[in-house]
Design a binder for this molecule. Sequence first.
Ligand SMILES: Cc1cc2nc3c(=O)[nH]c(=O)nc-3n(C[C@H](O)[C@H](O)[C@H](O)COP(=O)(O)OP(=O)(O)OC[C@H]3O[C@@H](n4cnc5c(N)ncnc54)[C@H](O)[C@@H]3O)c2cc1C
Length: 284
Amino acid sequence: MKYDVIVVGAGHAGCEAASAAARMGSKTLLITMNMQTIGQMSCNPAMGGVAKGQIVREIDALGGFSGIISDETAIQFRMLNRSKGPAMWSPRVQSDRWRFAEQWRLTLEQIENLHFIQSTVDAVTTDASGITGVILQNGVSVEGHSVVLTSGTFLNGVMHIGERQMTGGRSSEGSAKGITGCLNTLGFESGRMKTGTPPRLDGRSLDYSKFEEQKGDEKPGKFSFTDTKPLTKQRSCWISHTSEEVHDTLRASFDRSPLFNGAIQSSGPRYCPSIEDKINRFRR
Ligand SMILES: Cc1cc2nc3c(=O)[nH]c(=O)nc-3n(C[C@H](O)[C@H](O)[C@H](O)COP(=O)(O)OP(=O)(O)OC[C@H]3O[C@@H](n4cnc5c(N)ncnc54)[C@H](O)[C@@H]3O)c2cc1C
């Protein structure tokens, strides 16, 4: 197997990278751990928001799909920061998580030149001239002129839930173990960054009368400059606030929380080299 471009991981970044490469005529392979989780929204099922909405629009202007798929699967649209000047406005949609992932997969499957493999990439291969491909978990080698790693939170991922730590890339999904060691051998330095997420609640168990309703915009906009349609029917968000009592409970247990007791920091990056630094090390 020989490809112009190999993309590793089918999250937001990998889906865009693979579709862009294939639509520009490169023979492209998208390798991902699980074909059922292509375009899976890891955290809140939202696209855009402060400092991110404009990126989705820029991707759209460049011909990417994130804005289109966000519009097609949106259940709410809000322009955030409207009380400030237009430079601060930030579009955001809440999407239907399942529809979003489904739409990405359907979109990718329409693209010529784009092939898929469900597997985990264990290593990248190189020779004196640079990258030459990847090795899959089952030992199969795939040759590639370029390799794009878009592996999100999965490389050597560790999850902290309360006082317990377990390896994993995302809830119920394993981490990818081989690539980090391989990149380290090539001279890259690795570290671990942190992300956090609120608990998922079963909507059927909530008393919505205790929440503050946040409706979508009266005249909803959209992300894409293409002919996607703005929403005609929207779902609301529901806001709740913590109380002093909750804060006291939290304060009483900070020493047991990985956010405050050093469990996360101890595995964090010691040194974050610049991109130029990394490339120079790789060349050397
Ligand atoms: C619980 C949680 C909460 C988060 N909260 C936020 C948030 O609030 N805001 C925010 O901006 N971001 C948040 N994130 C980060 C989130 O991961 C990114 O925003 C976004 O999903 C990154 O997209 P991505 O395409 O880079 O990677 P991901 O969406 O993580 O996708 C990576 C893909 O690569 C695949 N993969 C990884 N390694 C390999 C391999 N070796 N071989 C084959 N396939 C591989 C995975 O299966 C996955 O499909 C959160 C993440 C998690 C897990």
